[in-house]
Ligand binder design. Structure first.
Ligand code: MOS
Length: 751
């Protein structure tokens, strides 16, 4: 089955532990040979193709659709509109669960944003469905679109992000500002960004009676299964969701959205399997995005450059009908030890699709503004930006007073600066040029991201041949879960990784939790490890109670497991292989189970974050304002690193997102029509290879015994948080011009 990865022998020398080894991806061969099956690669017999027709207006009603014309087209099987759409068991406009966003599944003719689904055409071929959708030629009753901060409706959200309070205060802000020698007041704007994973949202839905099989990339497989089942009024067990590989998720594939529901609906209505793949432009509407922000900061500083007050206000854009409020100001809660911290969020409603979590939601946008503001503060105080951070970074979490695990952040500053060669950087801007006359600038930024854990379960089965099967419904978005999680599982079992078969990516398996919040390795990894130790405990129980075993009488705590054998702790010459123990007990298999989740006492007592520092060099053409990033060095402390190759790759990815945020990504909506004007990868810029400089990601050692028994934090999102500010600050250092909006444009740097 496609969700079982064959396990070729890894060509690495290992000494006992799989964790810590820089293994290459176990699924790499499948991917480079095209054998990895992505959702859209599935073609069940009799499959039809669905194409969604989307609105070209941002607000109003669909007045007419030429359904007859579409149906008359050869190959078109049916057209689904609000007029004939079968009922769902739940209202798409209801709010269902923590990640339950309102979505459009043809519940009525209303249009709430451009690119909203307004009909589905199902046909024998993709071409016929595409042509059928074109023939619908919708007409609309158009209402004026409200686009942009100045045209939207003000809104005060009760919570931001996923359930975080909109306001936060610690200490006396007025007193802190009053005590300041230097006062910095500044503003930054960040744009709408769309996830744009390389693999668009895709689904193949196949009903068999009241049982549903869906192939669709998903970051939270069991949660999604429950959601789909609820909308179709069937038990969750009746849904098989397969998601062995994702071509990127970035938060968008953690959210249940309209197009998937419409595909499943079409399959049920027509009694045949149906495939729906969103074309790139339809990724700019119904499947979430990062909401635009406007942020205002006030920093009070004493004569030595120490913060006396930190105020962060964020206005976030959301849709007219639902909300996800980018929690940008929360980025100021945990990093710098200001005696007074105050954050506020408000929102503006516009005629756009509802935003959602995207690549470090809140931390990315908020740290971009905060890190630039810290540089402005350093300038005002006449001190080096790195020194500014060293004077202000928090040794305990300023928001809660809880201890951080270690002084890891300081190490990141020191090691990153050393590697970059930061010493000797001139304080004033426009001091450095390269041989060709380009302005050179150096900037840095602090990186911070929470180290959350969610809930996950796993199963481990020892087999009589000395191999093991480990299972959890984990999701691999490309980050390397197939490999890193198998490494952890192998250590839990005391087996060489080549003996471990790992199954993931399917709802038949124990709940692997969410691949999000940079917490998947910690959470699913903990579940896998404890499933391994559970089954080894059972095996030891058998051995130590068996008079024929060399381990007889050792007691459970008296044995240890490695290399597929149990050893007597006091006498290593007494040992026995797993297979021998199972064979004598007459067992073909032995099963153990495990759970991953945070220890509540530790969660209460400690503040848990990954830390880092990023240093950037840019070169700017003094006449044209063209910016190139020429060097990026990040240093990150993220607990125990399971696989340095994959962890570095994750950090590079995050840093590239940061570069993208600083210089490239922006979705622009036409003020008159509300349509996204650059809904493709030609107009929505993301960096290509030529934009990416020499990069380094240093892994700073950190032993954190509190985050979880394995000491694992996350590396998925933190890279973006330091990099945006580092690049913006380097551009200021090169040019002397401070850009106050992202992405930074040539016209922001030239008069
Ligand atoms: Mo993410 S935005 O934690 O998938």
């Amino acid at each position: 089955m496609l969700d079982t990865i064959p396990f070729p022998a890894a060509p690495h020398v290992r000494l006992g532990s799989s964790s810590g080894q820089p293994l290459t991806r176990r699924d790499g061969l499948l991917k480079v040979t095209g054998a990895a099956t992505y959702a859209a690669d599935n073609h069940p017999a009799g499959m039809l193709h669905a194409v969604v027709a989307v609105s070209t207006i941002a607000r109003g009603r669909v007045a007419s659709l030429d359904v007859a014309a579409a149906k008359a087209h050869p190959g078109v099987v049916d057209v689904i509109t609000p007029a004939n759409r079968p009922p769902l068991a739940m209202d798409p406009d209801g709010k269902h669960g923590l990640f339950g966003f309102r979505f459009e599944a043809l519940q009525n003719e209303r249009v709430r944003y451009a690119k909203q689904p307004i009909a589905v055409v199902v046909a024998e071929t993709l071409e016929a469905a595409t042509e059928g959708a074109r023939l619908l030629a919708p007409t609309y009753e158009v209402e004026p679109a409200r686009i942009g901060f100045e045209n939207g409706e003000r809104h005060n959200p009760p919570t931001v992000g996923i359930g975080s309070p909109a306001d936060f205060d610690r200490g006396d802000l007025a007193a802190g500002l009053g005590a300041a020698t230097h006062l910095i007041e500044t503003e930054y704007e960040t744009p709408a960004q769309y996830h744009n994973a390389m693999e668009p949202h895709a689904i193949v839905a196949d009903w068999n009676g009241d049982r549903l099989t869906i192939d669709t990339p998903n970051q939270a497989i069991l949660m999604a299964r429950a959601g789909f089942a609820a909308f179709f009024g069937i038990p969750a067990e009746n849904v098989l969701l397969r998601s062995p590989f994702l071509g990127g998720g970035f938060g968008s594939k953690a959210i249940l959205a309209g197009p998937q529901i419409l595909c499943i609906l079409a399959a049920r209505m027509l009694g045949r399997p149906v495939k729906l793949v969103l074309p790139r432009d339809q990724m700019f509407g119904p499947v979430g995005h990062r909401g635009a922000t406007q942020q205002r900061l006030r920093l009070g500083l004493d004569a030595e450059g120490r913060l006396t007050a930190l105020e962060h206000r964020a206005v976030a854009m959301t849709s007219s009908f639902d909300e996800f409020i980018e929690p940008a100001a929360n980025a100021s809660h945990n990093l710098y030890a200001s005696p007074a911290i105050s954050t506020r969020h408000s929102a503006v409603r516009a005629d756009i699709g509802t935003p959602g979590p995207m690549r470090a939601p809140g931390e990315a946008t908020g740290s971009a503004a905060l890190e630039c503001a810290m540089d402005e503060a350093a300038l005002a105080c006449g001190i080096d930006p790195l020194e500014m951070r060293l004077r202000n970074y928090a040794e305990t979490d300023p928001a809660t007073g809880r201890a951080f695990s270690a002084k890891a952040l300081r190490e990141c500053y020191v090691q990153g600066a050393e590697r970059f060669g930061w010493a000797g950087r001139p304080l004033a801007p426009r001091q450095m040029r390269d041989d060709s006359g380009l302005l050179v600038g150096w900037g840095m930024g602090s990186a911070l991201f929470p180290a959350p854990m969610f809930q996950a379960e796993a199963r481990a089965t020892l087999r009589s041949d000395g191999t093991a099967l480990v299972e959890t419904a984990a999701a691999d978005m490309g980050q390397g879960a197939w490999t890193a999680l198998a490494q952890i599982a192998a250590d839990g079992l005391g087996l060489d990784i080549d003996k471990v078969e790992f199954r993931a990516g399917s709802s038949e398996l124990p709940d692997g939790g969410v691949a999000g919040g940079s917490g998947h390795t910690a959470t699913a990894g903990s579940a896998l490890h404890s499933a391994g130790t559970d089954v080894i405990g059972k095996l030891a129980e058998i051995a130590v109670n068996d008079p024929d075993s060399p381990l007889f009488g050792a007691g459970n705590a008296g044995v240890e497991a490695h290399g597929g054998r149990l050893y007597h702790r006091a006498d290593e010459t007494r040992s026995e292989s797993y297979s021998d123990i199972l064979a004598r007990a007459g067992l073909q298999t032995l099963e153990g189970n495990g759970k991953g989740g945070r220890d509540p006492a530790n969660a209460e007592a400690r503040a848990m974050f990954s830390h880092g520092a990023v240093f950037a060099e840019v070169k700017v053409d003094p006449d044209l304002g063209q910016v190139r990033v020429t060097r990026l060095v990040g240093a990150f402390a993220a607990g125990r690193i399971i696989n340095p190759r994959l962890a570095r790759s994750q950090l590079y990815g995050g840093m590239i997102w940061g570069l993208s945020f600083a210089l490239h990504e922006e979705a622009i909506h036409d003020r008159r029509t509300g349509r996204p004007m650059n809904a493709d990868l030609a107009g929505y810029h993301v960096p290509v290879h030529a934009d990416i400089p020499a990069m380094e990601a240093l892994l700073v050692d950190e032993d954190d015994p509190y985050v979880n028994a394995l000491g694992i934090k996350g590396v998925g999102e933190i890279g973006i948080t330091g990099t945006v500010g580092a690049i913006a600050n380097a551009i200021w250092h090169a040019t002397g011009t401070r850009a106050h909006r992202f992405p930074i444009r040539i016209e922001d740097l030239t008069e």
